[in-house]
Design a protein around this ligand. Structure first.
Ligand code: ADP
Length: 615
């Protein structure tokens, strides 16, 4: 772990404090006040105990002593009550703080380029940000435990020193013995106080090593946690249940999880042994020096240099001072580590989106012509081209089919079109203008897509169809009728408001793969974009539903420009133009009859399937 200077630490801490303050002012103020009162609390009793004991020894009137007792109890009650209220407020506001920080991460993830989200390094950074931050107690602990702990310690040191000042003063005495001279010398007291810093210095070193080790372990564990998290997800998510059981994969998962745990155990155990040894050294050293200080105070009292009440107050102050100094160093060291973790958090929040948008926003949605101009593409971190010199045109109002073997690059063409990825070479043009010159709003509005691996969410049917848009009931129902799903939805207990799938404890309705696909198509149609793209739109549908979708295809896409990818060659007949992709290249282009007569790949694919649909 790289060493961060004090100055860097302060700059980082100020930056983090600003973010925390902006995320929840309530939390910030309550934890600051909580720290102040926490530090004050023990000194109330120390101070009044000193006054009461000296009062008794000096034969003060009972009433005067009772006034001290009254003040001690009252102040303890008041400060105790304030602390309870502040603790309650801090806890309540911590929800607001965590929510606001979490939503920053979530918004950032949605903002990022898809290519970055798919990238392993980005995901590792996100995990490091979350793991580092949350496995160590999160921002709430950063404030309450670390910053609050440091503030309380500083205040505790200040209160303690104020109470100890009389110990540094010279008392008039007739005893001229060497021991009294030493005990009465302010430098002796100062040396004793400074000696309290020794264990603190040692603990600084210990904490530094401790932090280095725990950071190393966290980094080491990130990948292991990620893999075991995935296994846990498989075990606990009912969607994986069928495959895991039928292929008896449970033993494999359990074995893999065991291996991961064993790896993590070894490094964790080594860390724990080191940590325990160091803690023992630190505690022993601390106590030994506090003992010397107690003996010094005791001797001062024996030789009449301080009162009995002062002995109680000094001893308690020494205990608190030594604890506060150690806590301050320990928390500073934790701050150093936490700032390092939070660095990942801020690096993630500061990741730059590479996708460029332009300023053009006037586009006639009834006149959109798209062109791929010599587009080639490699997925990030891969060496081979997935698409090579793709030239194609998608003309306004036309229906284009893309066919080809698995892995040929069909979906990749769609991903580039929707700007999930940017071409490595060449350009995509809309009405002869590069697509990146249009605004984000234009790009977002252009396409309604149903991907082969579409995802529905465990929300209501309506929310899934409207996808967070205005959610017009009538429009949702009309769309569901178009895809033939309304008959089923109508019978559900809450109609379009019925929740699908199971979300944590709330049970939703299970829908079949075919119904899910119809729902995904409904979502695409509801968006009402000028271009509809369906990637394998009917793969999960039964033959009857498939026929219905194709028969109604024109109505479904209502003469919009449409692109669809299909393995079912019969569906291509409905299209104005077909492109055949193989090994990332367009090898044939034309309409059904032309391609059939070509005797190429299209002809082969058609004939391979012809026996299923030719009577
Ligand atoms: P098709 O839709 O024709 O079945 P794809 O466009 O999905 O094919 O994939 C084309 C090739 O690109 C395949 O070899 C696939 O493995 C590869 N590929 C797809 N997605 C990624 C990705 N995110 N990273 C790297 N390679 C990918």
């Amino acid at each position: 772990m790289k060493n961060i200077s004090l100055k860097d630490n302060i700059i980082k801490t100020i930056h983090i404090i600003k973010v925390i303050y902006a995320s929840s002012k309530g939390f910030f103020l309550s934890f600051i006040l909580q720290s102040i009162f926490t530090a004050l609390f023990p000194y109330i009793s120390i101070y009044f105990t000193y006054l009461i004991i000296d009062g008794i020894i000096d034969n003060l009137a009972l009433n005067d002593i009772l006034i001290y007792v009254y003040w001690m109890i009252s102040l303890n009650l008041i400060v105790g009550l304030i602390r309870v209220v502040l603790t309650y407020m801090t806890k309540t506001f911590s929800i607001e703080l965590s929510y606001n920080l979490d939503s920053k991460i979530a918004s950032k993830t949605f903002e990022l380029d898809y290519a970055l989200v798919e990238d392993n390094e980005t995901m590792k950074l996100l995990e490091m940000a979350e793991e580092g931050c949350y496995s160590n107690g999160g921002p709430t602990h950063y404030c309450e435990g670390i910053l609050g702990g440091m503030l309380s310690s500083v205040l505790s040191i200040v209160y303690g020193i104020i109470l100890m000042i009389p110990m540094l003063t010279i008392v008039n005495t007739t005893d001229n013995s060497l021991i009294v001279k030493i005990l009465n010398n302010p430098y002796s007291a100062l040396i004793i106080l400074l000696a309290l810093l020794i264990p603190a210095y040692v603990s600084k070193y210990i904490m530094k090593r401790d932090n280095e080790k725990s950071y190393e372990i966290m980094m080491y564990n990130i990948n292991a946690n990620r893999r075991s998290g995935y296994f846990f997800q498989i075990a606990s998510n009912y969607k994986y249940g069928k495959d895991a059981r039928l292929f008896q994969m449970q033993d494999m998962f359990i074995e893999l999880m065991k291996e991961l745990r064993e790896e993590a155990d070894i490094s964790w155990r080594a860390y724990c042994i080191y940590n325990t040894k160091m803690m023992a050294i630190s505690i022993f050293g601390n106590k030994a020096l506090a003992l010397i200080a107690y003996v010094f105070v005791g001797l001062k009292a024996m030789y009449g240099l301080i009162s009995v009440g002062s002995v109680v107050s000094y001893m308690a102050s020494i205990t608190l001072l030594s604890l506060a100094i150690t806590t301050l160093i320990e928390r500073y060291s934790k701050l150093h580590l936490f700032n390092k973790y939070l660095d990942n958090y801020f690096t993630y929040l500061n990741l730059e989106t590479k996708k460029e948008y332009g300023t053009i926003n006037d586009l006639d949605i009834n006149n959109i012509n798209i062109k791929f101009d010599n587009v080639s593409f490699k997925y990030p971190n891969t060496n081979d081209y997935t698409l090579k010199n793709v030239n194609l045109e998608i003309k306004q109002g036309k229906k284009l089919a893309i066919v080809g073997p698995n892995g040929a690059g069909k979906t990749t063409i769609i991903k580039l079109l929707c700007r999930l990825y940017e071409p490595s070479e060449g350009e995509i043009l809309i009405n002869d203008i590069p697509i990146k010159d249009y605004t984000k709003e234009v790009c977002d509005m252009l396409f309604s897509v149903v991907f082969q691996d579409f995802k529905l969410f465990s929300y209501s049917i309506k929310d899934n169809v409207a996808a967070g848009l205005d959610g017009d009931d009538e429009k949702v129902i009309k769309t569901l009728k178009k895809t033939g799903l309304y008959d089923r939805v109508e019978k559900m207990s809450e109609g379009i408001n019925t929740m699908i799938y199971q979300r944590s404890k709330e049970a939703g309705v299970e829908i079949s793969g075919g119904e899910a696909q119809k729902l995904a198509i409904s979502r695409a149609l509801y968006k009402d974009s000028p271009i509809v793209i369906l990637d394998e739109p009917t793969a999960a549908l039964d033959p009857k539903s498939e026929a219905e979708i194709y028969e109604n295809f024109n109505e479904l896409v209502s003469n919009k420009t449409s692109v669809f990818i299909s393995h079912r060659m019969s569906s291509c007949k409905f299209c104005d133009e077909i492109i055949v992709v193989d090994h990332g290249e367009i090898i044939e282009i034309g309409h059904h009859r032309l391609l059939l007569s070509n005797n190429g790949l299209y002809n082969k694919m058609w004939n391979a399937q012809a026996k299923y649909y030719l009577k």
